[in-house]
Design a protein around this ligand. Structure first.
Ligand code: SF4
Length: 919
């Protein structure tokens, strides 16, 4: 029989909001590879390290394939779809009957495609009558939404990626674009190379990889963004650099703002932000003298207890200078998730309705009620994410349906979230992956089809809608999320009729009739057709956009009304804004600082953020071993002088503690941080670094308008973790799911990290643990048994007096597994031998030595820099030492950065620091 033919399906990367087009190579059963779609206008064929490894993340163990019911603490039982839907629906119907719809809630995700968002919103608000539906976009984009709405009248991003190529000044604030949106950064790099006169200002408390390209870097104190923007505006006024015509004709509220910014003198702002006054002057000069200024921002502005203020204060600058609605100009918020924008369009938030409509607006409610065929919609906005879980803990909510998100790891104040989920009468988790941190709290797990396994529609940061084709079937009985919601609506209707629960109006004779009328969607196209009707006449009108057009003409930006030939590149070119007066609004917030100031007990500032090669809670990116090379463990970064001040050393385990809880990290000294600031990645959870969950420490302070939590600043203290005893195991991963076994072995240790690694012969997994004192010696034998490190092909060294023990497995003349107990002096050496598949027959007994024998050379572990080419930091440093003194020179010498280019900013940083040292 001939092997199945290979073919390609068009899709979009499911990670960040850049929305890069990908072509999936597959045989109809398995995804075999991906490449960037050369025709997609977001990326023109390029992909970053995460996108490049997508094919590794789809198949294999750890996928949810059948519905599961938790029957005891850690015991799950398979169920059919019919059983699970029937049982869940019965419980939800009882809650509805006894407590009403306001006891029911949904918590969904910015990764859900548009059709899923539309259907679940219709289910919650239209069918059940609860507005308690929020999305994890609350944690990243909500402040940008409220900022746009308050300033411009609608949540509509006015700019496009092509503005990157047409701007004269990029003002990048609170966004590590090089890590979080690498392909956008590639575009910026290309423009800068072509037009070195392009001015780039980067504002960030950390000197991130993005700052490597900056002409001006402003390392402001966390929480001083409003002061900075007011300070720039103050200078623009003082130097007569405003666009007074634009202010007069197209805005309102100027006088109040003008008065407000009088207080923000350059000297005061420089003090508040802790930057040089001359740098502030220079930023204002750049802004004032550049023909076109484009601002880019992301979570640095949004994840703040004053995130909306940060947004409106930045937009003020664009309005005051008329830098909006023109090529290369405007306030451009970068979206964190692949379809956060689609969620906003379809009303997937508690105060919204489809088509950028508001729950609180009677006309908007009436329009959608008519479209959905119900009498009325509930007029009160529902709970946003943080209050939703607080209501769950109080018992005001009884049941929650969580879809495609992991709140136990991603919401702030993890302890509270866990209490809330334990209190809930029913937690339904609809997921594609098993073993997320939320799964132990769920009563039901429903398997959802994932990327590549279903058709979908998504909208990226620049309002561009793409159509994703299905490439392969979902595993087991997993289904698209919209289909699960529709199935549930029908099951719920049956249960409500059985319990004789009356309908809220007379539009239907029974719940079942209503469900049949509202949820008989056949496919994505039928949902999209209904959703499009919600947009007609609105600012995001896509009445003229059909899936066939997307397939024929490629991805399109909204609006795309009936009769349009293509989407609209830029908004507000005519200076008319979707406010009642048609004018944009200035707002005049005051600088309020951070929600939790540092003090004598918690004297350090902790900020959180993304790594280059991981994404969110690592459910998908954690399945690609090569993505761990640049960050094997959750590290806490500290300025070297702060480390010295606290008597801490690079590589030691430290405890970081806030008023709410503590977490353990390995310490990394990093002079890109300002003094007094610590940084931890947001990604790691119980699967990879069980003690390093940053939301054990972060706070639930939220912005009053957007409800977005302040992830970017927490007052903390730091101390040595005092865990001197260490052990490790590194085993080649064959057909078994070794990570799961290693997770079991890690239990009971106060610190552990589990790291998938790439070896010459495939894959390997590393476990490291630490404790205050040595555990019972028999535990080492139990590790050996669990990891098959026993038998004639193993060597054993034991020194009971020193408490040291070492077990090595040698097969085919090379090391294939090891376990070190009580000391890790030889770990880096042995690890390298194992991963590189080195022939060790010539020195096999030397492997048992407690230290690396001198005659076998020096061994030093080095951080991976280039995930695509497998080049580490040591190699790059060597290349620089050998004379490479340009980025291109380094790339040419060692190959790093020549594939996806995601590591180029780090190579540049290494180069800059080495050249600075040398001079
Ligand atoms: S920049 Fe990277 S992660 Fe983001 S969409 Fe493109 S390939 Fe995916």
């Amino acid at each position: 029989m001939n092997p199945p033919a290979l073919r390609e399906s068009r899709s979009v990367c499911p990670y960040c909001g850049t929305g890069c087009g990908v072509l999936i190579e597959h045989d109809g059963e398995r995804i075999l590879g991906v490449r960037g779609d050369p025709e997609h206008p977001a990326n023109f064929g390029q992909l970053c390290s995460k996108g490049m490894t997508l094919a590794q993340t789809v198949h294999g163990s750890g996928r949810a394939t059948v519905p599961l019911q938790r029957v005891a603490e850690e015991t799950w039982q398979q169920a059919s779809w019919e059983q699970s839907m029937g049982q869940i629906a019965t419980r939800w119907a009882e809650i509805y009957r006894d407590r009403g719809p306001q006891a029911l809630a949904f918590y969904v995700s910015g990764q859900l495609p548009t059709e899923d968002y539309y259907v679940v919103n219709k289910l919650a608000k239209g069918f059940l009558g609860t507005n308690h539906i929020d999305t994890n976009s609350r944690l990243c984009m909500a402040s940008a939404v409220t900022g746009y709405k308050r300033s411009l009248g609608m949540d509509s991003v006015p700019c496009s990626y092509e503005d990157l190529e047409r701007t004269d000044c990029l003002f990048i604030v609170g966004a590590n674009v090089a890590y979080a949106h690498p392909i956008i950064f590639r575009r910026i790099e290309a423009v800068k190379a072509q037009r070195p006169e392009l001015r780039i200002i980067v504002v960030d408390p950390r000197r991130t990889a993005t700052a490597s390209i900056a002409d001006l870097f402003l390392p402001i104190l966390p929480g001083t963004d409003v002061a900075l923007f007011h300070g720039i505006l103050h200078l623009l006024i003082w130097n007569d650099r405003l666009d007074t015509d634009f202010i007069q004709q197209h805005t309102e509220g100027w006088q109040e703002l003008k008065q407000r910014v009088q207080e923000y003198t350059p000297q005061r702002v420089a003090e508040l932000c802790q930057i040089a006054e001359a740098d502030l002057q220079r930023a204002a000069e750049f802004f004032a003298t550049s023909p076109a200024v484009l601002s880019l921002w992301c979570q640095g502005l949004n994840q703040s207890a004053h995130g909306t203020d940060n947004n409106v204060a930045l937009i003020n600058l664009h309005l005051a200078t008329g830098q909006i609605g023109r090529p290369g100009a405007g306030p451009f918020s970068l979206t964190g998730q692949p379809n956060a924008m689609g969620g906003r369009e379809t009303g997937g938030m508690p105060a919204l309705l489809p088509g950028h409509r508001e729950i609180a607006n009677g006309e908007d409610r009436a329009a959608i009620a008519e479209l959905w065929g119900v009498e009325t919609l509930h007029p009160e906005p529902g709970y946003t994410a943080v209050p939703m879980f607080q209501a769950l803990e109080r018992g005001d909510l009884a049941a929650i349906w969580i879809t495609c998100t992991n709140p136990v790891l991603s919401l702030p104040d993890r302890q509270q979230v866990e209490r809330a989920l334990r209190t809930a009468e029913q937690v339904v988790l609809q997921e594609s992956y098993l073993d997320g941190e939320t799964m132990p709290f769920a009563h039901w797990l429903l398997p959802a089809a994932s990327w590549g396994e279903r058709e979908a529609l998504v909208t990226n940061s620049e309002r561009r809608i793409s159509h994703l084709q299905a490439a392969v079937p979902p595993p087991g009985s997993a289904r698209p999320d919209w289909q699960i919601f529709c199935d549930f609506a029908h099951a719920l209707a049956l249960a409500l009729d059985r319990l004789s629960v009356p309908l809220p109006d007379r539009k239907d004779d029974s719940w079942q009739q209503r469900a049949l009328r509202m949820f008989s969607f056949r496919d994505t196209a039928s949902i999209f057709a209904e959703y499009r009707r919600c947009t007609i006449g609105r600012d995001l009108d896509i009445g003229g956009l059909e899936i066939a057009i997307l397939d024929r003409q490629g991805p399109q930006q909204w609006p795309f009304p009936v009769g349009a030939k293509s989407g609209q590149v830029r908004l507000y070119a005519n200076g008319i804004f979707p406010t009642p007066s048609g004018r944009a609004r200035f707002h005049a917030p005051v600088h309020l600082g951070v929600a939790e100031e540092i003090d004598a007990r918690y004297p350090l500032r902790l900020t959180t953020g993304r790594l280059r090669d991981q994404w969110h809670s690592m459910a998908r990116s954690g399945r690609a071993a090569s993505l761990f090379a640049s960050a094997e463990e959750a590290l806490l970064a500290i300025h070297p002088q702060d480390a010295r001040q606290y008597g801490l050393q690079e590589g030691q385990l430290v405890r970081v503690e806030s008023r709410r809880g503590a977490a353990l990290y390995r310490l990394q000294c990093d002079d890109s941080l300002q003094r007094g600031l610590l940084f931890v990645p947001m990604h790691f959870g119980s699967r990879y670094s069980p003690a390093a969950l940053c939301n054990s420490v972060t706070q639930a302070a939220i912005d009053p308008y957007s409800g977005e939590p302040e992830f970017k600043h927490t007052a903390v203290r730091i101390s040595a973790a005092e865990l001197p005893w260490e052990a490790a195991a590194l085993v080649e991963d064959d057909t078994r799911d070794l990570s799961a076994i290693l997770r079991q072995l890690a239990q009971g240790f106060p610190y552990a990290s589990i790291t998938p690694l790439v070896s010459k012969h495939g894959a390997a997994v590393l476990l490291r643990v630490a404790a205050a004192q040595a555990p019972e010696a028999e535990l080492a034998q139990r590790w050996d048994a669990a990891l098959a490190l026993f038998g004639p092909d193993t060597l054993l060294y034991e020194d009971p007096r020193q408490g040291l023990s070492k077990r090595l497995r040698i097969r085919g003349g090379r090391l294939t597994g090891l376990r070190l107990w009580g000391g890790l002096q030889t770990l880096d050496w042995l690890r390298q031998l194992l991963l590189e598949g080195t022939a060790i027959d010539a020195f096999r007994l030397a492997l048992l030595a407690p230290r690396v024998p001198d005659n076998l050379g020096a061994w030093e572990r080095s951080r991976g820099i280039c995930a695509c080419k497998g080049v580490d930091e040591k190699t790059i440093r060597q290349v620089i030492a050998n004379g490479a003194d340009t980025l291109e020179g380094v790339m040419q010498c060692c190959g790093a950065g020549t594939e996806c280019g995601s590591c180029k900013p780090e190579i540049q940083q290494l180069l800059q620091s080495r050249l600075a040292e040398a001079s």
